[in-house]
Ligand binder design. Structure first.
Ligand code: ARG
Length: 460
């Protein structure tokens, strides 16, 4: 069959043009939305009297038949059809004959593609939100088991203060909570129907856009036809949301790489989520978190790519916009598998709390607690307390142990002003639990944070 738009042309398209111009090799992924949109459009045409009941029935049956064929893998995608919209429209005409030619009344591919792509973006947004929730559940479950297990909290990647492992995982979850909120914000912002905008200026028919919006689950129709066919903010919003999410995943992945090294040994990745080396038989590599970190490159790139495509476009639709899809598909698919594998890897990883504790016993993490004890309990001025603490640290250094491991008598013998009871404040657990300000690392505070996040997930 000739091109659906071939009326004014005298020569056939060159093969090179077809190859260059087509979006079918990638936009076939929108087939489900295209059929859904067409069914709704047909229903609306029937309602406003453009399609008779029988014609409408025939079109619906034809579209359903095509959907079945595509699902079963029996549909032949022909690049000569250019895109998914024309591939399906042509198939419909082949399937049901002349009446199929009525479907495109009061519609343009410009509002059609804006609808299909928007529905894909919104559905993907939802699906990714579900995967984030699953990951948060997993993290919170691990966190609740480790709210008393000490690890070194770091700043500048240097030992800073003792925290519990659960607290660290809650910090990750706080990132993911914002990702969820960002996604649901952009979902709401973009949940408007562009169909019925026509090529750019609306249509001369009485398209019932309100009815179609309701039918397809949108809040309402979009405001302005010209904006509707040229706007790709909904895709940019998703690409940005996914970029920030991927940045968070990448930071978690970086810590998982560090933690699984011999230098840390805070975790052990399960064999089914680690890989070997082709030359070094002893090796177990954290390929999964490394790849998670690496894949952030393409996700950020996809955001930049679409921003550049859009930045110089005059209103309204321009063919450049066809370049909007592959990057979005890629980011969505990348995030889906990344979230899934990160979740599975965490579910299967072993937490080595003894090693975390051992590492927390390096660097005199409770030194500040000693100085505070001297101020509070011994009536010593802070500057002086700082000095005395320095001497205790020097003593421990000389002995080659952490101050948390010194005996009470040893400490008392360093300065007569130090009162008994000092051993307790030097203990890492006491130091961790002393930080019980709202949002702090104390076990009680960490548990409260876990509860709040669980509540948040239940309300979502
Ligand atoms: N394949 C096109 C795209 O992805 C569909 C819209 C084409 N419209 C047009 N007038 N050429 O953007």
């Amino acid at each position: 069959m000739a091109k659906l738009w071939g009326g004014r042309f005298n020569k056939e398209s060159s093969k090179l043009l077809e190859q260059f111009n087509a979006s079918l090799p990638f936009d076939y992924k929108l087939w489900h939305y295209d059929i859904l949109g067409s069914k709704t459009h047909a229903k609306m045409l029937n309602k406003i009297g453009i399609l008779m009941d029988e014609e409408y029935q025939k079109i619906i049956e034809g579209l359903e038949c095509i959907a079945k064929k595509i699902k079963a893998g029996n549909f032949v995608f022909d690049i000569a059809d250019e895109d998914i919209h024309m591939a399906i429209e042509k198939a419909l005409i082949e399937e049901i004959g002349e009446v199929g030619k009525k479907l495109h009344t009061a519609r343009s591919r410009n509002d059609q593609v804006a609808l299909d792509f928007r529905m894909y973006v919104l559905d993907s947004n939802r699906q990714i939100q579900e995967l984030i929730k699953k990951l948060m559940h997993t993290l919170l479950e691990i966190a609740s088991k480790h709210t008393e297990d000490i690890m070194p909290g770091m700043t500048h990647l240097q030992h800073a203060q003792p925290i519990n492992f659960g607290f660290h995982l809650v910090a990750w979850c706080a990132n993911l909570k914002r990702d969820l909120e960002r996604l649901s914000d952009s979902y709401k912002r973009n949940n408007y129907l562009p169909l019925g905008s026509g090529a750019m200026a609306g249509t001369p028919y009485k398209n019932d856009r309100v009815m179609m919006a309701k039918e397809l689950g949108f809040i309402a129709p979009t405001l302005n036809a010209m904006d509707s066919v040229s706007d790709r903010d909904f895709a940019l919003d998703l690409l940005y949301d996914l970029s920030v999410l991927m940045m968070h995943i990448s930071r978690m992945a970086e810590e998982l790489v560090l933690w699984s090294s011999y230098e840390f040994r805070f975790i052990r990745l399960s064999d089914d989520y680690a890989t070997g080396s082709s030359i070094m038989p002893q090796k177990k590599n954290p390929d999964v978190p490394e790849l998670l970190r690496g894949k952030s490159g393409r996700v950020f790139g996809n955001l930049m790519g679409l921003l550049v495509v859009m930045k110089g476009l005059p209103f309204a639709y321009n063919k450049d916009t066809q370049e909007d899809k592959e990057g979005v598909f890629d980011s969505v698919e990348t995030l889906k598998i990344s979230l899934e594998i990160l979740n599975a890897m965490l579910e299967n990883m072993e937490v080595c709390q003894e090693n975390m504790l051992k590492m927390a016993q390096i660097g005199h993490l409770s030194a500040t607690d000693l100085a505070d004890f001297l101020v509070r309990e011994c009536g010593i001025a802070f500057r002086e307390a700082h000095h005395i603490t320095g001497r205790v640290v020097a003593y421990a250094e000389q002995k080659g142990v952490d101050i948390s491991l010194l005996d009470e008598e040893e400490i008392l013998s360093i300065d007569s002003r130090i009162k008994s009871g000092v051993k307790e404040v030097l203990c890492l657990h006491a130091s961790m639990n002393a930080r019980d300000s709202l949002g702090g690392t104390a076990t009680t505070q960490t548990r409260e944070q876990i509860l709040q996040l669980q509540q948040f997930l239940m309300d979502k």
